[in-house]
Design a protein. Structure first.
Length: 353
């Protein structure tokens, strides 16, 4: 029997799995999906968990049931490339593989800021987002929240908390001269205006020097704080960073055009873990997953895989609470209710597919 192991049941991993299960597979193939949770979690909605506007059950989806798949809900301690096996931190028995798909996602990048890892909350995993939500929910009236980082995640977290808790004092610390530096100026201006109108204090040109249990020091000024949420950058999962493969400047694994590691072609990498010309996103991981499924189908049937088509992203959507939003839709900037409605539609599809 040959074993195909998919590490991570996120957007990319599940696309690989579904792409395989839609076809006839070799009878001597065993598929294993390894994930830390016994359910899929929709990471693009973690900001709502952190703000307390969605229940954790709202972002959970069941894994597909199929006799050809074995699910292992475990924490991985090491990817042993030399011996081609997955080592778990709570099990004596390891999981060998003949083919491996790595889709372990990302974790926070604290950029060496003292106290950031110890004293900030995160939205990078389901458990951490739930913890952040609990901390925000338990704040007393007029409590203080600081969100560090004004990219897409920071914007959605800060705006959702504002909608959830109008009484709170919210600061958004941004390194640049404007929020959402990767977006069109029309969107930047709209979001800035939204924060002004909704009494969220945006601090531009921030340089967070250190974080303490009850405060953030920025450019020599220390703000007293009750909850600090970190959204100021990510890096690939530490298990990926430890692998002996060539990586780019962002610590992502370099692959060939078939998403294979050149020195280990039975290992495929996608999502936040693979070097790409595109910024990481759920949409990117899903398209990569679909392509890897097609490549694997050819390889598993001893055929030459076709070169994947160039990935074309449809745009990026963001929310400002439940009824307002923004986005680059097919490269065209849009603001207001329509992009927010589109984002809700994408969530609806994610839950049902």
């Amino acid at each position: 029997m040959k074993r195909l192991v998919i590490l991570g049941g996120g957007y990319g991993g599940i696309k690989v799995l579904n792409g395989l299960l839609d076809h006839q597979l070799p009878i001597d193939l065993q598929i294993y999906v390894v994930d830390r949770n016994p359910f899929r979690s929709l990471k693009t909605e973690f900001y709502a968990i952190a703000a307390g506007t969605s229940a954790e059950t709202d972002v959970r989806v069941s894994f597909p049931e199929d006799d050809r798949v074995t699910y292992l809900f475990r924490e991985v301690s090491k990817i042993d490339i030399e011996n081609q096996q997955i080592i778990f931190d709570d099990e004596d028995e390891n999981l060998p593989f003949d083919y491996l798909v790595i889709g372990l996602g990302c974790e926070d990048n604290y950029h060496g800021v003292p106290g950031a890892e110890e004293f900030t909350k995160s939205v990078q995993t389901f458990a951490k987002a739930c913890d952040a939500g609990l901390q925000v929910a338990n704040l007393k009236p007029y409590g203080k929240v600081s969100v560090i980082g004004a990219g897409l995640s920071g914007i959605e977290v800060a705006s959702e908390i504002r909608e959830s808790r109008p009484d709170l004092n919210i600061k958004l610390l941004d390194r640049g001269p404007t929020v959402l530096k990767a977006f069109d100026s029309k969107i930047q201006e709209y979001v800035e205006k939204w924060f002004i109108e909704n009494n969220v204090d945006v601090v531009h040109h921030s340089n967070v020097e250190y974080v303490e249990k009850d405060g953030v020091c920025n450019n020599g000024v220390c703000y007293l704080n009750d909850v600090t949420i970190w959204t100021a950058g990510v890096r690939p999962n530490y298990l990926v960073r430890e692998l002996p493969f060539e990586k780019d400047k962002h610590e992502k694994i370099k692959t060939n055009e078939f998403y294979q590691v050149p020195t280990q072609p039975n290992v495929y990498v996608l999502g936040d873990c693979v070097a790409s010309e595109h910024s990481p996103s759920a949409q990117l991981a899903m398209q990569q997953g679909e392509q890897i499924a097609e490549i694997l189908l050819a390889v598993l049937h001893d055929k030459e895989p076709k070169k994947p088509k160039r990935i074309k992203l449809k745009g990026t959507l963001g929310s400002l609470g439940k009824s307002d939003g923004f986005g680059n839709m097919m490269t065209y900037p849009m603001i207001g209710f329509l992009p927010r409605l589109a984002k809700s539609g994408v969530l609806w599809l994610s839950k049902r597919h």
